[in-house]
Design a protein around this ligand. Structure first.
Ligand code: ZN
Length: 411
């Protein structure tokens, strides 16, 4: 059975990890920075040294290509991202790109002819240094001029694009025709400890969770914090606090594995000696399907109303944002699982609670995302680590998934 060159793959990971590296061990290659450009140049040299074709699109996505015999063949994509968060780790994103490159190089060296083009891709700015998931959103035609408003750091987008010799018009024209694609597969580190704690080799993602966020408004009555009897108060903060505790319990009991968070609060008037009259509380929750999100939303908002009533408060809510849950392709989930089993590896199905380029790609082509274990679940941190055996396992599953997928995509 064909296997990837593990020493070459591990050496590539090590070498890329030196680009943007700090003495303390962290890696900083935020998208469109000088270090990102250096990482991109390194990747291009690696692609050409592997005897593969190199391509860069208008959104700065970089690809290695292994063409099929017929130029009109469809393309099977695999990859992730080379950018990192500031002071991040060596594996988040880099693993998926370098394993895809290694798989293509292995297939080329073995002389295997496939009826589909294979493409190993690195998407621009997955981590959102400038515009979150810029590359995959541009490729899938989901980016509008309004998305390029550059609100996080005015001027950063244009300055960064100049480093890549690209313009906003190039980015907006980088969309690809879905009819030319035959699927996308992303290998990523888990960034959690579910696989490690169950001692499993692989996690096959069924969906990337959707996220909904709301402002919750609890309104009571301000009053003298000394002279008003405790029982007679309409204390907005007391109601909000009761909601936070009850909501956690509700989600655990009725919506697991969905999760929620109350991450910000404002109290008015905001004084030691005045009973809180108004509270604005940030609520965010995540789950794997729109139906589950809908059910969570109904339960959480109903609970907030009930708790408010028990504390003599008015309650209202305000939608802040919603990001849809993204289902991975059922047939590809099965293919990754069978491939893992054939290689003697254990796997489980799970949700991804973090965002990935796969959620964007799944809108236009059948998509699979699978995880290898992260030691102690640590990620976005210099201590991020995945054992070499897990890196190699993931790469071999990716290799054989791509061989299967590209071997039968001629129709
Ligand atoms: Zn990532």
């Amino acid at each position: 059975m064909l296997t990837i060159n593990s020493s070459r793959l591990l050496a590539n990971l090590e070498e890329l990890g030196q680009i943007g590296a700090a003495a303390a061990g962290g890696v900083s290659r935020p998208a469109l920075s000088q270090a990102d450009v250096a990482g991109r140049d390194w990747f291009k040299r690696r692609v050409l040294a592997a005897g593969l074709q190199f391509r860069a699109d208008g959104a700065g996505n970089l690809s290695a290509l292994l063409p099929a015999q017929h130029s009109e063949a469809k393309t099977v994509l695999a990859g992730s991202h080379l950018d990192t968060v500031p002071n991040g780790g060596r594996f988040d994103g880099a693993l998926g790109v370098l394993c895809a490159l290694e798989a293509l190089q292995t297939i080329k060296e073995a002389g295997v002819k496939l009826p589909c083009h294979l493409e190993a891709i690195s998407f621009t700015d997955e981590e959102g240094a400038v515009v979150s998931m810029l590359g995959s959103r541009a490729l899938t035609g989901q980016l509008t001029p309004a998305d390029l408003r550059d609100v996080r750091q005015p001027g950063a987008l244009d300055a960064g694009l100049r480093r890549l010799k690209l313009t906003r018009a190039d980015v907006l024209a980088a969309g690809r025709n879905p009819a030319t694609l035959a699927g996308f597969v992303e290998l990523h580190i888990e960034q959690g400890r579910r696989l490690e704690s169950q001692q499993l080799d692989l996690g096959v993602v069924t969906a990337i969770v959707g996220i909904r966020s709301f402002w919750l408004h609890f309104t009571g009555q301000a009053g003298h914090a000394g002279t008003t009897p405790l029982a007679a108060r309409a204390d907005a903060l007391r109601g909000a606090a009761a909601f936070v505790l009850a909501a956690q319990q509700l989600v655990q009991e009725r919506h697991s594995p969905g999760v929620m968070n109350c991450g910000q609060i404002q109290v008015e008037p905001g004084s030691f000696n005045i009973i809180p009259a108004r509270v604005r509380l940030a609520l965010e929750f995540r789950h794997g399907t729109e139906a589950e999100l809908e059910a969570m939303q109904a339960d959480l908002l109903a609970l907030a109303g009930t708790v408010a009533g028990q504390h003599g408060l008015e309650f209202s809510s305000e939608v802040v944002d919603a990001c849809r849950a993204a289902a991975m392709d059922a047939a590809l989930i099965g293919l990754v699982e069978r491939t893992a089993a054939e290689l003697g590896l254990t796997s489980t199905r799970l949700l991804s609670f973090a965002g990935h380029d796969s959620q964007t790609m799944s809108a236009i082509t059948p998509t699979a995302l699978f995880f290898v274990p992260s030691v102690n679940g640590i990620s976005h941190n210099p201590a991020e680590f995945t054992h070499p055996k897990d890196v190699v396992n993931g790469a071999n599953v990716l290799l054989h998934t791509l061989l299967q997928l590209a071997g039968r995509c001629s129709d």
